[in-house]
Design a protein around this ligand. Structure first.
Ligand code: NI
Length: 162
């Protein structure tokens, strides 16, 4: 288990663009393991490397109810998006808050998996939202910049935290 410290809003690193991962090495593999541990420990549905202070284009996501279907995406790019959904969004880097964000209801993403093989993943609803949210982190963007109507207290644990 490697739980890393989650950077919070106001930390400069969250506003920076992350760099492509060129190859899988021990350091990067450990980072991915630690990101998964950190996400699950914090009850999040997604985490991007800059949130643990590393400017690499890596995100981990798990939107399954049982929290047992991890998705690891390296150098992800959105290929397609369609539709629209508006709903509350939250972020482990903005603790205790949530706000309404409009996102596509469907996205298709190309990325590399942890074996550096090219994969494509399609998501709707929560997965589409998580993909967009996490990819924004790689551009140095937090969801609070996309919120309409301001932030409110998340209040309960059922709130999605990604
Ligand atoms: Ni986030």
């Amino acid at each position: 288990m490697g739980i890393r410290k989650i950077r919070k809003i106001g930390d400069d690193i969250l506003t920076k663009r992350s760099r492509e991962v060129k190859e899988m090495d021990h350091r990067t593999a450990t980072l991915i393991d630690d990101m998964l541990d950190t996400m699950y420990d914090a009850d999040g549905v997604g985490l991007a490397a800059p949130q643990v202070g590393i400017l690499k284009r890596i995100v981990v996501i798990d939107v399954s109810a049982e929290a047992n279907q991890p998705i690891v995406l390296i150098n992800p790019k959105i290929l397609e998006m369609s539709g629209e959904q508006t709903g509350d969004e939250a972020c482990l880097s903005v603790p205790g808050k949530a706000g309404q964000v409009t996102r596509p209801n469907y996205v298709k993403v190309r990325a590399k998996n942890r074996e550096m093989q090219e994969i494509e993943i399609e998501g709707t609803e929560l997965l589409a939202r998580a993909l967009c949210h996490e990819l924004d982190h790689l551009e140095g963007m937090l969801y609070v910049e996309r919120v309409k109507g301001g932030l409110h207290d998340a209040g309960n644990k059922e709130q999605e935290e990604d």
